[in-house]
Design a protein around this ligand. Structure first.
Ligand code: SF4
Ligand code: SF4
Length: 760
């Protein structure tokens, strides 16, 4: 070996040894932090989970919404993995510049793949770097509009430059290998160096010795760059932009649904020690002397499950969730990305104290108490941070540096509409909504710390079983002047039926559908359409209570269970099997959450059933007469846009039926909003926000209404009573400001269909 080779070997082997040792220590620390989390079984259906992982990994299915980034990330990721072989080659080249991996090193297929991935990897990482620069907070109109606002830029730049550096080393080495080989033999460039031989041509003037020395040096640089990266990420275990390369595989494998569905629809049940909480046992739980206080929800970072802690660590800080979040987009302090980053950093900082306490090591605890760790351990997870609304990062304080004593501001927690845009967007399957609601559960059930308006909601739900606090006797008022009798299961009059088995569908009216004037119009329209189509249906009348959706999303799991159990019992007693619902929230709760309490039914949204009836020609919409007056009547409008309710669309994947229904209306032009389907923007009512005042930032419903109005459509169609209320309020405000035409209306798809059918 030459002196150069000896020096390079010492450097390469030395940094490798340090890198591997630190990496082993970092992995042990990360795993130890995850072990602090609560138990949760995510190990079922391993075969299905593996298929989901392979699909998401190889297909990049969760990234495909930003196509150019998806393609660039895919080639970079594949190159990063496959080109590990070139790292092995580099070690060999320090000792012997002519080294190639035995058997495959000069195999044309291997060399073709190496060349293709080298070039495409360079292109890929340059594109990713350009995208990050283009979206830098300093380059967009307001910082907040950048999805990278709040992301850790030095880490991202470092990772990207590392990849670029490694790729350039490989490119140079490939060229040098070609030039060196050409000195001693006749090389078939196309077979062995199809894309990199031109680089080699540039070195052809060098002597063999120079080429050998250059190979040794470049191989050493490549190894140093690679292991410097390993050392850096080992010393920064919260460096999500780097660690997601490893953690994302596990996060995807252990996602809530083995079949790959996003963690939307049903909320994860509240759990204690990995078991769902049943409030029938709450007294027992409270009396259990071994537990000073039952762990209801999440009041400290270690009360998240291990999967929650894995979620936080996997966040890549890409900001896709942030860019879609309605709270963030209307100047509120909540950003799902910043929340995940904060919980990650807090968990990491608190872990040593918890580990010392868990191990019962008094000395270690005392040592930790003297350090910053103790200060972090004493922080409240949620509370007042005294943040500045103009500077949203101040609402997050993972290390307690502000001295206010809370990690996440309570305004962050209560700004969430549970719309699910963050979960839908996240490329690594983080389950933000479950974590937010878990923290709300603790605030409501143990701290009694929630927005004051929710007190009225909870009281109405407890006393009157509906959010409006109305009398159960008024539940059938909507049907009073219909031209036919609506059958009531267990009713007293001539329209009474004994059980749901006497009819085809049980029509679940919902509290809004029964009490809210605008929603009542939808209820009546659906009833009339079903009657016209000859569909046998019946309602529960005063036997219905709130499904519990607002209570559950507000964190009041106990109230949710009370209401839900009562409804499941009622539905069981009347023998309900097929249920049609007009409210997207009732639809989601009955369909997805009642099975958690033993109630499983076939549940359809009214737009699905009506669409089916139109296809079967049981309902025939008729065209508007040309001379029709386009004011007033719901359907007499030439153009319509449609707002996807979050709990129908993102949470349940029902996008096509409402659009097909609108498409079936003759003479109606459909206009899509820019944010639609999976990327639809919330109306602001979900997550019990309907009953909370919107004191921070701009109003979400105004933002959405402005987008709908901008399409120029005459009607804003919806499929949920909550959206109807929010968008109608938004439209009224826009009309009074002169920003929307007076003849624009918000209507349910059912109202438009009814008007069209009545013309026949
Ligand atoms: S659920 Fe919606 S409102 Fe809540 S954090 Fe996610 S995107 Fe934001
Ligand atoms: S989309 Fe997922 S990975 Fe990206 S910033 Fe949000 S939580 Fe993190």
């Amino acid at each position: 070996m030459t002196p150069l080779q000896i020096v390079c070997a010492v450097i390469a082997l030395g940094i490798t040894a340090v890198g591997i040792a630190l990496m082993v220590r970092a992995v042990r620390r990360i795993l130890a932090t995850f072990r602090l989390g609560q138990p949760e079984n995510r190990g079922d259906h391993k075969g299905e989970r593996t298929r989901t992982l392979l699909r998401e990994f190889l297909g990049h299915t969760r990234m495909s919404r930003i196509r150019i980034v998806s393609a660039a990330h895919w080639v970079t990721m594949i190159a990063f993995g496959f080109l590990f072989f070139t790292l092995l080659t580099a070690f060999g080249q320090i000792f012997d510049p002519h080294f190639a991996i035995p058997l495959i090193g000069h195999f044309p297929v291997y060399e073709w793949i190496t060349d293709i991935l080298t070039i495409s990897g360079i292109v890929g990482i340059v594109v990713l770097m350009a995208v990050r620069r283009k979206n830098h907070p300093g380059r967009v109109p307001t910082e907040r509009r950048s999805r990278f606002f709040g992301s850790t830029f030095w880490q991202a730049y470092y990772v990207e430059l590392t990849i670029l550096g490694v790729m350039l080393c490989i490119l140079t080495l490939r060229g040098l290998e070609y030039a060196l080989q050409s000195k001693t033999e006749d090389v078939n460039a196309i077979a062995h160096y199809p894309l990199t031989f031109p680089v080699g041509e540039a070195f052809s003037g060098l002597s063999q010795t120079s080429l050998e020395q250059l190979i040794v040096v470049i191989a050493t640089i490549k190894i140093v760059i690679s292991f410097a990266w390993m050392i850096t990420i080992s010393l920064n275990t919260t460096m999500g932009v780097a660690w997601h390369r490893f953690l994302a595989f596990f996060n995807i494998f252990f996602k809530r649904h083995a079949d790959g569905r996003t963690s939307l629809g049903a909320l994860a049940p509240m759990q204690i020690d990995g078991k769902p909480v049943d409030f029938d046992n709450l007294d027992e739980l409270m009396d259990d002397e071994s537990e000073a206080e039952p762990k209801l929800g999440v009041g400290a970072v270690e009360q998240f499950t291990w999967k929650g802690l894995l979620d936080f660590s996997t966040c890549t800080e890409c900001g896709r969730c942030q860019s879609q979040c309605p709270a963030w987009n209307t100047e509120k302090p909540l950003s799902p990305k910043l929340l995940m980053m904060t919980l990650r950093d807090h968990a990491s900082a608190k872990a040593p104290y918890l580990q010392a306490a868990q191990a019962g090591s008094t000395v270690a605890v005392e040592e930790a108490q003297g350090s910053q760790t103790a200060q972090v351990a004493e922080l409240s997870l949620v509370g007042q941070t005294g943040y500045d609304i103009g500077s949203p990062l101040t609402a997050y304080d993972p290390l307690g540096v502000s001295g206010a004593g809370a990690v996440v501001d309570e305004d962050v927690l209560w700004s969430c509409t549970t719309c699910g845009a963050c979960v839908e967007q996240c490329p690594v399957d983080i389950e933000h909504v479950d974590h937010i609601v878990d923290m709300r559960r603790h605030q409501v059930l143990l701290e009694s710390a929630f927005p004051t308006e929710l007190g009225g909601l909870f009281k109405n739900l407890e006393n009157k079983q509906n959010p409006w606090g109305m009398s159960a006797r008024a539940r059938m008022d909507w049907a009073k002047d219909l031209p036919f009798d609506v059958k009531v299961i267990g009713g007293a009059g001539s329209n009474a039926v004994e059980s749901a088995t006497d009819v085809e569908w049980l029509f679940w009216v919902g509290c809004a559908g029964a009490y809210e004037d605008r929603a009542k119009k939808t209820t009546r329209a659906v009833a009339e359409l079903l009657h016209t189509a000859g569909v046998e249906f019946a309602v529960l009348g005063d036997g219905e209570t709130c499904t519990g959706d607002p209570a559950r999303r507000a964190g009041n799991e106990m109230l949710f269970q009370m209401l839900a159990q009562q409804n499941v019992e009622t539905l069981g007693e009347v023998g309900a099997t097929k249920i049609v619902v007009t409210c997207a929230h009732c639809f989601n709760t009955i369909k997805n959450e009642y099975p958690q309490l033993g109630g499983s039914y076939e549940v359809v949204h009214h737009t699905q059933l009506l669409n089916r009836l139109v296809r079967e020609k049981k309902l025939t919409p008729v065209a508007r007469p040309d001379e029709a007056d386009t004011s007033g009547a719901a359907s007499t409008a030439p153009s319509v846009t449609y707002h996807d309710p979050c709990y129908l669309g993102r949470h349940n994947g029902v996008y096509a039926p409402p659009r097909e229904l609108i498409g079936a209306l003759p003479g109606v032009e459909y206009r899509e909003m820019e944010r639609s389907g999976e990327t639809s923007f919330c109306c602001g009512a979900g997550g019990a926000r309907m009953w909370m005042e919107e004191k921070l930032g701009n109003r979400i419903n105004l933002d959405r209404t402005a987008e709908a109005v901008a399409t120029g459509a005459d009607r804003i169609a919806i499929g949920c009573p909550f959206c109807r209320v929010m968008l109608t309020d938004g439209l009224t405000a826009q009309q009074s400001d002169g920003q929307a035409r007076e003849d624009v209306e918000v209507v349910d798809v059912a109202n438009m269909l009814l008007a069209a059918v009545k013309r026949g």
